[in-house]
Design a protein around this ligand. Structure first.
Ligand code: ATP
Ligand code: ZN
Length: 472
């Protein structure tokens, strides 16, 4: 039989906003399948009615699209294996429960929460790992039927075969083996009738013809249970790759439950999709090319042999490195839209030149706002360093600047040269206080580019104010 076409999936639960750990898993899934011309599938695992919110389902799709992680199959992109929200697949699951029950792979369990807790406590007390004791596994068929018919609350448990080794070849971590005797009979349908993760996740991967499951290492011990379900049902098993988790500064894995920094917050701060994708694609995976790549380039260079096994720590400085490259590479229209309202103080006719001049000096729209104010506001904010530089200069420097303006209102080089000639100052002693007076900062865009944009009256006002400040 020919190998089925590659299909990977991302299967988040809509219980919070996506964080960078979730998104790295989504990105690797997409890059792997695209690198071999396959399809990327999105499935929403919304079986936990209490924690799932449709607002999160909408938000996560919006986040994925914004990053460029468009799915070829999933909500809004029917590939013939829907529905793609697990909450809408109840009737499909029912058929499989019936088969598992009929073939003896599953049984109803009537144990109450209190009984189960007591069992676990007893096991722990005698030094055994807690697992289901098998109380209901041996109930007679007739008795179980009667109790179900009488409406007694029950879950469905999968009957784990004894004395087997369950092994699989993990795409990242190599061969993994688990003893079936370490796995207690586990719940596949909760008492409220909703499917348990192990069950619907495994059944859906098979039914949706997923070939490669990329997911966080937190799922590795679920895999033998899922293999058991698929084998019992004669479903085709995907290959599994368990990725090392991304941890925060405190060393704990990023998690929705623990309020990890969400993508929404990063978007609001002005991070660009290219920055996030390039950063995440290199977190636990290495590229031969260390330049900024677009999605096609990221997919082309993606190689599962280059996946690392060590946990990767989220590093804001690294992310900002990619942000710098992404801002530098953004085309003008994207850059202008990104800068948004921050350019408001800049006269429309000067905006293109302004943006070109400051591009190397900004990481976020807030930085654009800073330079817009620095160059165009009536009284720009002054940094402490700028004040120091202005105080160190003689007031005559700013007076000479005012005088030279009549002759050189547009040409920074000629103007500064005239000021230098009048005061005898040169180099840093000349340029630093002039920059500080004109922009309120001691670093920033090339003055030759921004000086001609500034309005002459504004420049005059800044020099007067600097002269006053220097003599205070
Ligand atoms: N810190 C992390 N690093 C890498 N991948 C992660 C991390 N946390 C979750 N994932 C992966 O993201 C995918 C989606 O997981 P899920 O929607 O359950 O998110 P979660 O953050 O684990 O949520 P919760 O905190 O509610 O458990 C899974 O493949 C999961 O393994
Ligand atoms: Zn039981």
């Amino acid at each position: 039989m020919p190998a089925p076409p590659t299909k990977t999936r991302f299967a988040p639960s809509p219980t919070g906003n996506l964080h960078l750990g979730n998104l790295r898993t989504a990105l690797f899934s997409a890059l792997h399948t695209w690198s071999v011309g396959g399809r990327f599938l999105l499935r929403i695992e919304d079986t936990d009615a209490e924690r799932s919110r449709s607002a999160f389902t909408e938000a996560l799709q919006d986040d994925l699209r914004w990053l460029g992680l468009d799915w070829q199959e999933g909500p809004g992109a029917d590939g013939g294996h829907g529905p793609y929200l697990q909450s809408e697949r109840g009737s499909i699951y029912e058929g499989f429960y019936t088969r598992l029950l009929d073939e003896g792979h599953a049984y109803p369990c009537f144990c109450t929460q209190e009984q189960l807790a007591a069992q676990r406590a007893a096991q722990r007390a005698s030094g055994r790992p807690p697992r289901y004791a098998g109380t209901c596994a041996h109930l007679g068929h007739a008795e179980a039927e009667a109790r179900v018919r009488a409406g007694e609350a029950h879950t469905l448990r999968f009957r784990v075969p004894e004395g087997r080794t369950l092994d699989f070849e993990d795409l990242v971590r190599g061969r993994q083996a688990f003893a079936s005797d370490d796995i207690g009979d586990f719940v596949i349908r909760r008492a409220d009738g909703t499917p348990a993760f192990f069950f619907c996740n495994a059944v859906d991967d098979a039914l949706m013809e997923v070939t490669h499951v990329w997911r966080g290492e937190d799922h590795i011990s679920n895999t033998p249970r899922q293999l058991l379900i698929m084998r019992a049902l004669g479903l085709r098993e995907p290959s599994y790759g368990h990725l090392a988790l991304i941890v925060g500064a405190d060393g704990a894995p990023l998690s929705k439950r623990h309020g990890a920094l969400g993508l929404g917050e990063l978007r609001r701060r002005g991070y660009l999709p290219a920055a996030l994708n390039n950063y995440l694609a290199r977190l636990g995976h290495s590229y031969a090319d260390d330049g900024l790549l677009d999605m096609v380039g990221l997919a082309a260079g993606f190689d599962t042999a280059r996946l690392g096994r060590a946990a990767a720590r989220f590093d804001m400085d690294q992310l900002n490195h990619w942000q710098r490259l992404a801002v530098a590479a953004a085309d003008d229209a994207v850059f202008l839209e990104w800068a948004g309202a921050a350019v408001a103080p800049v006269p429309p006719a000067s905006r293109d030149v302004f943006l070109a001049a400051i591009r190397d000096n900004v990481l976020f729209p807030d930085d654009v706002a800073l330079w817009a104010e620095a160059l165009f506001a009536a009284s720009p904010p002054r940094s402490a360093e700028a004040e120091t530089a202005m105080r160190a200069a003689p007031a005559s420097l700013f007076e000479a600047g005012l005088e030279a303006l009549d002759q050189h209102p547009q040409d920074f080089r000629a103007w500064a040269k005239a000021v230098g000639a009048a005061t005898g100052l040169k180099g840093r002693d000349l340029f630093m206080p002039l920059r500080a007076a004109l922009t309120g900062q001691v670093h920033g865009p090339e003055m030759t580019r921004v000086f001609p944009l500034m309005d002459e009256a504004g420049v005059r006002e800044r020099l007067l104010s600097a002269a006053r400040f220097a003599t205070e």
